[in-house]
Design a protein around this ligand. Structure first.
Ligand SMILES: Nc1nc2c(c(=O)[nH]1)N[C@H]1C(S)=C(S)[C@@H](COP(=O)(O)OP(=O)(O)OC[C@H]3O[C@@H](n4cnc5c(N)ncnc54)[C@H](O)[C@@H]3O)O[C@H]1N2
Ligand code: MOO
Length: 571
């Protein structure tokens, strides 16, 4: 586990070794601009140049429509951790002196249809399911097929795998039983359907300039095209070398929806008037959305957005977000490719062999930079670090003391051939292709991109920065305010509570209304901390930046009114 400082030093060393200062030609880029987040333009006039364009082409343009969410987010209850879905009440007596054993009934990966468990089974029997991050929880159903939404039958919580001792039987790919020595709270590590976005929530307003954060959220809804009024592009010039960049998204639950800004013009996501009454077979009735009466074009796209997803699948939002970020930071579209992981006959989703074949081909291409999402944490399907090591990648770091984004890895790779056959994982000789393995959770991926990948790419492009190395983001001191209704502990408004000196922590934040653009009375800008949670993407569309609570500080609580560091959303 590296500290943030160690991680940046490792990347810095790579940049200095393989991408020294360059005198290469200036790269002229039509960058989609970094407009202030909440910039609203006057409503477009009829003679404006309105077009229906693929989502990535809408970056930096003015939206002609107010877009309401056609889907709830998360789409279904799912696990925030790799671990075991249990009935939390059965853990009430667990302690080191009283370890409890649970029989494992099966395993659920993200993208798997969740098992349906008949309610009314013997409650004295302790059972559980192995469950991966992003996987749907088992559904307990009554005799007549109604899902059970509360009560002792429900597998309501996930205990993370680090907290249990697992016993394996030879014929099983998952443990036959686990032993637990601590109590697990109700709903622990369970991300609830709709906790971030409700159907009908406004995601983008008419007249708003489309930013990369909108791309993330709209892509997660399966929205592939937007009506925009095009503005003249602002040409930004970036000196330095061109970098060929490949984006890979792992996870069999992830459905790729956008390939490039040059995808065919498609306005079908803006048609189809009928709402879908059967959002998902296992969504509890109370969570089914009631579409509001005034429908926006995106609400009417609900059947299409949902119908194209299989059970337990999600739209890819990380890929479009990374793509949009690179375009925003001035990397030319021609230099960016989306690299789908293609399965061969007989290969299941999330097959490390398919992933390795894709990376091997990319190394031969060759790419300067590969950025993947997902598969870097601790679960059985998190094969990215081992695969990169097996391909000869030299792992610079895997796991950082940072939240979100802790599972991130960085490696550098050559042509994919191992130089020292038989040596242990990670013993490759490395090379000049930078490999950034970002976590799958979208906010975690965004933090890694902003604070580690972006600065690295800029340094690689320019061969410069601070003394020709990595330019670390520079912050500004601001006063933190807790967003309304944040936790009230003993009448003191607490912004963040964390374990002492644990990790560097980033939280999306927004300059407080009334102080926007101007400092408050004592000259310090006030910013509001927005929702945390590495799957809570909606906050990003309202944010202007990130606040940082640095690592190594003994204090575990950040109070309303404390001074903290603030960073803009863009580089
Ligand atoms: N037992 C433990 N479980 C987890 C830990 C841990 O320390 N112990 N860490 C958690 C943290 S923190 C993160 S972040 C995630 C990262 O996991 P992975 O990088 O292995 O990512 P996945 O499991 O593949 O996906 C996580 C999450 O993100 C969703 N996802 C994935 N790809 C996309 C995409 N392209 N677009 C949108 N959303 C995506 C996926 O469905 C999952 O919900 O691990 C925790 N678990
Ligand atoms: O969910 Mo993890 O911290 O990288 O966000």
């Amino acid at each position: 586990m590296s500290s943030f400082t160690q991680a940046t030093a490792i990347i810095d060393d790579f940049v200095r070794t393989f991408y020294p200062p360059t005198n290469e030609d200036v790269v002229g880029i039509d960058s989609p601009s970094s407009s202030p987040p909440t910039q609203i333009e006057p409503p477009p006039s009829p003679q404006d140049n309105r077009r229906n364009v693929p989502l990535l082409s809408a970056l930096g343009q003015v939206s002609c429509c107010t877009i309401q969410a056609p889907l709830q987010m998360p789409l279904f209850d799912n696990s925030a951790m790799d671990g075991y879905a249990i009935r939390s009440w059965q853990t009430a007596d667990a302690s080191p002196a009283n370890p409890l054993t649970f029989r494992v009934l099966g395993s659920i990966a993200a993208g798997d249809e969740p098992p349906v468990v008949p309610a009314g089974s013997d409650p004295s029997e302790r059972t559980c399911w192995a469950i991966m991050t992003g996987a749907a929880f088992p559904v307990s159903v009554e005799q007549h097929g109604q899902p059970v939404v509360s009560g002792p039958d429900r597998y309501d919580a996930c205990v993370k795998l680090e907290l249990v001792t697992a016993r394996y039987a030879q014929h099983l790919t998952y443990p036959e039983s686990i032993t637990l020595t601590s109590v697990v709270g109700p709903e622990a590590n369970r991300r609830r359907a709709g906790e971030d976005i409700h159907v009908g929530d406004v995601l983008l307003q008419q007249g708003e300039v489309v930013r990369k954060e909108h791309v993330m959220v709209l892509a997660s809804m399966g929205i592939q095209a937007l009506h925009v009024s095009t503005r003249p592009a602002t040409e930004r010039q970036h000196a330095g070398r061109r970098l060929r960049i490949g984006i890979l998204n792992t996870g069999k639950e992830v459905v790729l929806n956008l390939n490039s800004p040059t995808a065919p013009d498609d306005d079908s996501s803006l048609r189809d008037p009928k709402p879908d009454p059967t959002l998902s077979p296992w969504t509890p009735a109370h969570a089914l959305p009631t579409p509001p009466s005034s429908r926006s074009p995106s609400l009417s796209s609900l059947p299409r957005a949902r119908a194209q997803l299989g059970v337990s699948q999600i739209w890819n939002s990380n890929g479009p977000y990374i793509h949009a970020s690179l375009l925003t930071w001035g990397f030319p579209q021609d230099d960016i490719d989306v690299l789908p992981i293609r399965l061969l006959p007989g290969q299941d989703g999330d097959d490390p062999a398919a992933f390795q074949a894709t990376v091997r081909a990319a190394l031969a291409a060759p790419y300067d930079v590969l950025i993947s999402t997902g598969g870097v944490s601790t679960g059985v399907h998190d094969y990215v670090p081992a695969s990169i090591a097996a391909l000869g990648g030299e792992i610079g770091f895997h796991k950082i003391q940072m939240r979100p984004g802790g599972p991130m890895m960085f490696a550098h790779m050559g042509n994919g051939r191992r130089t020292d056959a038989g040596a242990g994982a990670g013993a490759g000789a490395g090379g000049r292709t930078a490999y950034f393995g970002l976590p799958g959770n979208p906010v975690a991926a965004a933090v890694c991109l902003r604070f580690l990948v972006g600065p690295a790419l800029v340094a690689m492009r320019a061969g410069g920065g601070d003394d020709h190395g990595l330019t670390l983001p520079r912050g500004r001191t601001v006063r933190i305010r807790a967003e309304e209704s944040r936790h009230l502990a003993n009448n003191v408004v607490v912004v963040v509570q964390r374990k002492p000196a644990l990790s560097r922590m980033y939280v999306a934040a927004r300059v407080c209304a009334g102080t926007r653009g101007a400092d408050d009375r004592d000259g310090v800008l006030e910013v509001e901390a927005l929702a945390r949670g590495s799957n809570m993407t909606r906050a990003l569309t309202r944010a202007d930046g990130w606040v940082c609570f640095p690592e190594g500080e003994a204090r575990d609580t950040v109070y309303d009114g404390d001074l903290v560091e603030w960073f803009s959303l863009d580089l």
